[in-house]
Ligand binder design. Structure first.
Ligand code: SF4
Length: 260
């Protein structure tokens, strides 16, 4: 279908920017409810939850954090927690010894250098134990309202498939996408791309035939293109009536011409 799309390598920067913004609008229409899927009530809770989300699902993290934060409600309490006790609480998230170590050291960092308060600046957040740009941007975007791009595995895979960038280094991916999208949209763009990666554009078998950006995606066809079969691949965590797939993409509309 998108045979008329320009080769991303030959696409002008302006055309790529317009195409990226059009794709983002379509994805926002598909996932109007996209949000941070980790439960939290404070920057500290989100910071810890994000650290715990490595190698597991947000759903699993959300199961353990109520117990964690009820038992140790602030950075001082977390820093002084009994290691074995915390390991028991974190065990369901996997890699629980390493995660316990991370939470203890991160909390100690906060107490020693920031009076137990999560800083609201990227340059401070990334000095904390176990906190990289991805985690820092999650916290800034969702707990502080500071726009940030969260380059996780879904985000990186999708922007390469989209032909927005061919970079693989997360910092370079972040810079390339930041140049394409308005700053105010960065946090929500992160959410909708991650939703799209989890629900439609899967790593192994993307559901191209049920994809809202198929007409603008140079990778269309790498997954299932039959609309009926593609719909069976959609992975929804259904809120009743809330997440309904779009109609299958039809013949090329004028979308492509409009973004050139
Ligand atoms: S599902 Fe297919 S068409 Fe849609 S973004 Fe992924 S690769 Fe492109």
């Amino acid at each position: 279908m998108p045979a008329r799309l320009p080769d991303p390598a030959e696409e002008s920067p302006i055309a790529r920017t317009r195409r990226a913004r059009r794709m983002l609008r379509l994805l926002e229409e598909r996932y109007p409810y996209a949000h941070c899927e980790l439960d939290f009530q404070s920057p500290l809770q989100l910071l810890v939850a994000t650290v715990l989300s490595a190698q597991t699902t947000d759903v699993m993290v959300n199961k353990v954090t109520p117990t964690l934060f009820a038992r140790w409600p602030d950075a001082t309490a977390l820093a002084g927690a009994n290691r074995e006790e915390m390991e028991v609480v974190l065990k369901p998230t996997g890699f629980f010894r390493a995660k316990t170590e991370s939470v203890l050291r991160l909390s100690a960092d906060l107490v020693e250098r920031f009076d137990g308060v999560v800083p609201g600046r990227l340059k401070d957040l990334v000095t904390l134990h176990g906190v990289g740009r991805k985690t820092a941007n999650v916290v800034l975007g969702n707990a502080f309202g500071v726009p940030g791009l969260t380059v996780d595995t879904h985000f990186g895979r999708l922007v390469r498939r989209f032909g927005w960038t061919q970079e693989t280094d997360p910092v370079k991916v972040e810079a390339a996408v930041a140049a394409l999208l308005p700053r105010k949209d960065w946090t929500q763009a992160s959410h909708v791309l991650i939703f799209h990666g989890r629900r439609t554009c899967h790593a192994k078998r993307p559901a191209c035939g049920a994809c809202p950006v198929a007409r603008l995606c140079p990778s269309y066809g790498m997954g299932e293109t039959d609309p009926v079969k593609a719909r069976t691949l959609l992975a929804y965590e259904l809120a009743p009536g809330a997440e309904l797939p779009d109609p299958p993409p039809g013949p090329l509309s004028d979308d492509v011409d409009r973004v050139r």
